[in-house]
Design a protein around this ligand. Structure first.
Ligand SMILES: Cc1cc2nc3c(=O)[nH]c(=O)nc-3n(C[C@H](O)[C@H](O)[C@H](O)COP(=O)(O)O)c2cc1C
Length: 383
């Protein structure tokens, strides 16, 4: 039984949608698509297993061949991609959940060895990402990206809108523009990656324009109540930094709010990308959720470092409408049930996160099976 005060397990409204609970599965790249980005039946199994979440946000999905920078990431830019997503979305719907597809263009965080022949990374400015990315031959630094022309920027925005259309045609309830974690929209937002002096850079308004125009184009393509945006304000993950971060995000949220998007999804300062941030000496963490709530009049999803108690507290305080869980959903397909009853969670196993095949992907047990296994083990050990 739910404790009477539980908000996490009670139904929620998100725009026009009713969610079975306030738990979302956070978007997580799992690299199980084919080399050309076609989603696989195994992915349908994986997502259906996790459909007790009120909402599933898919892993990042490439909006174009140009936007793909990692191996075996699914796409949504060909008829074959769209057709292969349809049964995945159907399985999740049949199991009672909702699906938003996360639209992803990685910009400069890409290596040509991970891209289709003839493709090359693009970005707001010809500034290389100064770390390495995984490629078939090991870790390699990405090359200096090609700076997008004005026409090129507009073409990418059109790609987002087309991808949004395809996602909805594949049955998705909506799309989430991935503007967190330093990928292409983040590269436009931040001073560290945007040196442009035209209308797509310079001032805060110029740097925010790419994301605002992308969101507007997606709203025109599929309707504002099918478009969400994910942001990681104050994070410097993937080399995203600006000296005016607070003013930038303040402006951005004020520009996005009138579009009437279904939700904003923010990543807390507890995490950077896929890892918990360790802060020395109790250094202050920016209150990302509070910052967003003050400025955002629509649905708000918070992700990053939550457990059941902190999620309940955030909801009870009215600071967020839905809480997204990431890493714990990988090993616990029935995470809502486990949280609800206080069952132990399967520990995180990062070595499996980006692996291939079913192992570490669709072979995690439900609590009922795990308990039966434990019971059997006990039985075996009994004298
Ligand atoms: C394996 C893995 C892949 C991820 N891929 C994505 C992604 O494609 N898009 C994204 O926005 N965040 C991605 N993230 C970040 C998660 O969505 C989430 O913000 C992060 O794991 C923090 O939430 P948690 O503390 O509940 O795990 C990924 C995280 C992990 C562990």
């Amino acid at each position: 039984m739910n404790p009477p005060s539980s908000l996490l397990f009670s139904p929620a409204r998100l725009g026009p949608l009713t969610l079975a609970n306030r738990i979302a599965m956070a978007p997580m790249t799992r690299s199980r698509a084919t080399a050309d980005g076609t989603p696989t039946p195994l992915m349908a199994e994986y997502y259906a297993q996790r459909a007790s979440a009120g909402l599933i946000v898919t892993e990042g999905v490439s909006i174009s061949a140009q936007g793909q920078g990692f191996l075996n990431v699914p796409g949504i830019f060909t008829d074959a991609h769209e057709a292969a997503w349809r049964p995945i979305v159907q399985r999740v719907h049949d199991a009672g959940s909702r699906v938003f597809m996360q639209l992803w263009h990685v910009g400069r965080i890409a290596h040509p060895d991970n891209m289709q022949a003839g493709e090359f990374p693009v970005a707001p400015s010809a500034l290389a990402f100064d770390r390495t990315v995984v490629t078939p031959t090991g870790l390699q630094p990405p090359p200096v990206p090609r700076e997008l022309s004005d026409e090129g920027v507009r073409a990418v925005i059109a790609d987002y809108a087309r991808a949004a259309r395809r996602a909805v045609d594949a049955g998705c309830d909506g799309v989430e523009i991935h503007a967190a974690n330093g990928y292409l929209p983040g590269q436009f937002l931040h001073q560290s990656s945007n040196l442009r002096t035209d209308g797509w850079g310079g001032s805060i308004g110029g740097r925010a324009r790419f994301l605002v125009e992308t969101a507007r184009a997606c709203c025109e393509a599929v309707g504002a109540d099918r478009v969400g945006v994910r942001l990681s304000p104050f994070s410097v993950f993937n080399g995203a930094s600006s000296t005016d971060d607070a003013a930038l995000h303040d402006h951005l949220l004020r520009e996005l709010a009138p579009l009437g998007l279904i939700y904003l999804h923010v990543v807390t300062a507890e995490v950077a990308g896929n890892q918990t941030v360790v802060r020395e000496g109790g250094a202050d963490r920016p209150d990302v959720v509070g910052f967003a709530r003050e400025r955002w009049p629509h649905g708000l999803i918070a992700a990053g470092g939550f457990d059941r108690d902190s999620a309940e507290r955030e909801l009870a305080a009215g600071r967020a409408d839905v809480i997204a869980f990431g890493r714990d959903f990988i090993g616990n397909p029935d995470l809502p049930e486990r949280l609800r009853h206080g069952h132990p969670l399967v520990p995180r196993q990062p070595a499996d996160w980006y692996g291939a095949g079913a192992e570490g992907y669709t072979d995690y047990p439900l609590w009922t099976a795990e308990r039966a296994g434990l019971a059997n083990d006990t039985h075996k050990e009994a004298p």
